[in-house]
Ligand binder design. Structure first.
Ligand code: ADP
Ligand code: MG
Ligand code: MG
Length: 891
């Protein structure tokens, strides 16, 4: 079938909504669908999104065959409404509307009342018997066309309008008479001619072609581009254009225009929510020129507003509208966001789409609709966007509270936090241990700040992007974080934070909103997250549809407790190095690293053993029988080395070495590329005594806690099977030694991270020694792409903008590249060992798109930060449901 360039709707046209939103745009598809079920929709036609690309290919010109077809589209409309485009006696007017696959509210352009000129305006006046309405429509048209198509500043027109109103002593547009408006039109035409050097286009066909081209052109406008970037909308989608017969809300007091939601989008309540204006056209309601009134009496009374509600002013049409809402909800089985116009008491629908809603409203609507029998639980689960749950999982600022904003940075990690400013990590840890709420404020953070970040309620940095150390770690910990707040500076000498023209001493209380990036003065009250009510119900349904397990990345008792509270089914990654950074421990860790003799290292490790054992006992107790994957020591050495003089002195005292010797040893251990240096299993192979200590701590802790704990011990950064075999050998020997000494045994498993391309390629061999694989997609992304995560912020934004990667590959898995390695490793691993358990534990484990990929690959579980567990549970359920649906459709 040759591609159709115009797709009609309304009248006798068969509904074409099955062509879908990708082709017709959301607006076009829904107009076709509404017309198809007999709702009152003005007739029109849609030019599909595919033409948008052709328009750009032609260098911003309408393709000739499209131009040739426009009269055919108009003929369809003319036939339905019995009017004629360009007629001097009975002129048809149309709107030219944009509409992308997903709604981009207000991002693109629309032209109303097209087809008016100096002749047709008279025809409209005579035919309608309403000259005021005709001239009002003409002045609106010239302004919109001038702005959208001719690129004139709308202020030019608005200023002229204001002057006219002043001159006539008119308060509102509606106070202007036909004569006033006619005079205004004269001025508008002069403005156009002055500004463009050409008269306003009088030929309706020229007008139409100009408007269609301008709507395509608005797809690449600056604001549309920004919106697309923020919402991951590909530029290749393009916009459709819908040309539709005008209906008029500006024909007097029996005419009106409005917008409505079928349920309250803020809290989900089942009531009609919206606004309308009498004697007005579409844009007026949102433009704020006149104050719109409520639709329902109840809403007006609640707000104590005086203007009559539509329910009171137009009771008959309102009842019809309410009936229409019911039909729309029954048909779409979802809350709708609707645009309507009343022309002389006749109701018309101009747009419907799924209403955007807050997380709270999304959950309530989904649950209510199940109770109402509108949808099944699987559909309720699919309805809620997992990402919005984030809004509910962190304490949030009380929306009613006042905010005094001092600075705005990047919204790096959501949630709200208040506390005293603290300028270094040691002080943060100290103050927090005394029970004080603190906000850690740094130029930027480094791995050394982990303890301080953990102790802090929130983190604020002057430098660094959304994937900076501060941002990534804060998200992992569930700490609110504002990063890259360029307007702040820190004076470490006088310990002062300069912010928003103020100087705040350390200890002054501030509040962060990690969802908006705002930094505020004082303590702004918050509301706590709750996993109850509708939220809990939906999660239960999700769990019923889910196949993959969801675990958490957690190592502290607090994180483990949070994980369990949010429904984690185990720990997928306990990072033991975090335990090494503790106040009392780091000095022993340093002594161990600096030790040149095995005996020195062993003596330092001896001191670490009891605390490690304690850590593991705590985790096992909290997770009570759920699987726990513990990763052996992983990070690059330099993260542990003493850097400051005081630290060197401290290590010297502990080890009995001279400060000079310590300094020499630190220099010796310096690496030029630590991320690819002596770390992970390489360190464990050089110093097997570390493995011994950690394995011993794990086994002794598991035996001490008792029950049916099956520890899973994970070896990091393996590239070859031999590496894993060597480390596994030490683990197995240690197990035997512990079992023998204690007279008790337990089951355990040994597996590996797959985080290097070589490991993925040689997964078959590696599976010989591994009982499980956990995809460490942070490192796997770094090493596959050859991009260092810590340095990526500088250029990744550009990369995403240029479409090199569709999204930040450190946030959402690069499915094509890194994903292929995951698929390959899964396949080769399973072929060698069918019972091999597969999971993912990178930052990506909490990303819904990545979770969908993991479901397709048949992974057994995903593991993510405790605060993202509910998001992952929902995303995993959706992935399972979609896979099932896809399978059904394919089969
Ligand atoms: P947006 O996508 O920005 O909402 P729309 O294409 O929906 O743009 O149009 C803007 C306004 O014009 C809306 O209020 C809409 O209801 C109104 N409108 C669009 N087409 C018509 C029409 N044919 N008759 C009357 N009003 C219209
Ligand atoms: Mg609209
Ligand atoms: Mg790693």
């Amino acid at each position: 079938m040759p591609q159709r360039l115009l797709i009609p709707f309304g009248g006798a046209a068969p509904s074409a909504h099955h062509l879908g939103k990708a082709h017709l745009g959301g607006k076009g598809a829904n107009l076709a669908e509404m017309a198809g079920i007999g709702l009152p929709v003005p007739p029109g036609f849609t030019i599909p999104t595919t033409l948008c690309a052709l328009y750009y290919e032609a260098g911003g010109r309408l393709p000739d065959d499209l131009k040739a077809l426009l009269p055919e589209g108009l003929a369809h409309i003319e036939k339905v409404v019995g009017m004629e485009f360009g007629s001097a006696t009975n002129p048809l007017l149309v709107s030219v509307r944009s509409g992308a696959r997903v709604s981009m509210p207000g991002m693109m352009d629309t032209v109303l009342n097209l087809g008016l000129n100096d002749v047709t305006v008279e025809g409209l006046a005579t035919r309608s018997g309403n000259a005021r309405f005709a001239w009002d429509s003409y002045r609106r048209f010239i302004q919109m066309y001038g702005d959208v198509v001719l690129g004139l500043d709308h202020y030019l027109f608005e200023d002229a309008l204001e002057l006219m109103k002043d001159d006539r002593g008119a308060n509102l547009d509606t106070d202007l008479t036909a004569e006033d408006l006619k005079a205004l039109v004269g001025q508008y035409l002069a403005i156009v001619e002055n500004e463009t050097g050409k008269p306003f286009p009088q030929d309706p066909t020229d007008q139409l072609e100009g408007a269609v081209a301008a709507v395509f052109g608005s797809w690449r406008s600056e604001r549309a581009a920004v919106y697309r970037r923020l919402n991951d909308i590909p530029e290749s989608w393009g916009t459709a254009v819908t040309v539709q017969a005008m209906v008029f809300g500006n024909m007097g007091d029996t005419s009106a225009t409005g917008v409505a939601f079928t349920r309250d989008p803020a809290n989900g309540d089942r009531l009609i929510y919206g606004e309308y204006l009498i004697n007005a056209q579409g844009e007026d309601v949102v433009a704020g020129i006149r104050t719109p009134h409520y639709l329902t009496l109840a809403a007006r009374e609640r707000a104590g507003a005086r203007g009559l509600s539509m329910e009171e002013a137009m009771p008959v049409v309102f009842a019809e509208l309410a009936e229409m809402f019911k039909r729309l909800e029954t048909h779409y089985r979802d809350c709708q966001d609707i645009e309507f116009t009343v022309q002389e008491n006749k109701l018309w629908l101009l747009q419907t789409r799924a209403g955007k809603r807050t997380a709270k409203a999304a959950l309530k609507m989904a649950c209510d609709m199940v109770d109402e029998g509108l949808i099944e639980t699987d559909e309720a689960v699919l309805r809620v966007d997992p990402a919005v749950l984030d809004q509910l999982l962190h304490p949030t600022l009380d929306p009613k509270a006042a905010r005094n904003v001092l600075a705005v940075g990047l919204p790096a990690s959501p949630g709200a936090a208040s506390g005293a400013i603290v300028l270094d990590s040691a002080t943060a840890a100290e103050k927090a241990s005394q029970g004080e709420d603190v906000i850690l404020v740094r130029i930027e953070t480094s791995p050394e700040d982990i303890a301080g970040m953990h102790a802090a309620r929130g983190i604020l940095t002057a430098r660094g992007g959304m994937t900076s150390h501060a941002a990534v770690v804060a998200r992992g910990m569930g700490r609110p974080c504002v990063s890259g707040a360029g307007g702040i500076s820190i004076d470490m000498d006088s310990r002062i934070l300069r912010i928003g023209g103020r100087e705040l001493a350390e200890g002054t209380v501030i509040t962060l909103d990690g969802a908006s990036g705002e930094v505020m003065e004082g303590r702004v009250p918050t509301v706590e997250p709750e996993l109850s009510g509708d939220f809990a119900r939906l999660m239960q349904w999700a769990d019923g549809h889910r196949r993959m397990k969801v675990r958490a990345n957690a190592e502290t008792p607090e994180d483990c407790t949070t994980a369990v509270r949010f429904g984690a089914e185990g720990v997928g990654l306990a990072r033991t190095e975090h335990m090494f950074f503790g106040e009392q421990r780091i000095v022993h860790v340093r002594a161990m690293i600096l030790g040149t003799e095995e005996a020195q290292r062993r003596s330092a490790l001896e001191k670490l053993l009891p605390s490690q054992r304690g850590d593991f006992e705590a985790i096992f107790r909290i997770m009570s029988g759920l699987p726990v994957t513990i990763r052996l020591l992983d990070p690059p050495l330099h993260e542990f080395l003493p850097a400051r003089e005081a630290e060197m002195v401290e290590v010297a005292e502990t080890t009995g070495l001279s400060v000079a010797a310590v300094r020499r040893r630190v220099a010796e251990l310096h690496e030029s590329n630590p991320m690819l240096g002596h770390r992970g299993c390489r360190l464990l192979i050089s110093y097997p005594e570390i493995v011994e200590m950690q394995a011993r701590a794990i086994f002794e802790a598991a035996l001490a806690v008792g029950g049916n704990i099956v520890p899973e011990i994970m070896v990091p950064l393996v590239a070859t099977a031999r590496e894993l075999e060597l480390v596994k050998g030490v683990i197995d020997r240690t197990a035997e030694a512990v079992f023998e000494a204690s007279g008790k045994r337990l089951d355990y498993s040994v597996g590996t991270m797959i985080e290097l391309p070589r490991a993925a390629l040689r997964a078959g061999e590696i599976a010989g020694a591994a009982e499980f694989f956990s995809f460490g997609t942070n490192d796997l992304t770094q090493t596959t792409l050859g991009i260092s995560r810590d340095d990526a912020a500088r250029f990744l934004g550009e990369y995403v903008e240029a479409g090199i990667y569709p999204r930040d590959p450190f946030v959402s898995l690069d499915v094509e590249g890194v994903g292929e390695l995951v698929a390959l490793a899964a396949e080769r691993g399973k072929a060698a060992r069918p019972a091999l358990k597969l999971g993912i534990c990178g930052e990506h484990g909490g990303d819904p798109a990545t979770i969908a990929f993991c479901e397709e690959q048949g992974l057994d579980y995903v593991s993510c930060s405790p605060w993202r567990v509910p998001i992952a549970r929902l995303a995993a359920a959706q992935a399972a449901l979609r896979n099932k649906q896809g399978g059904k459709q394919a089969g």
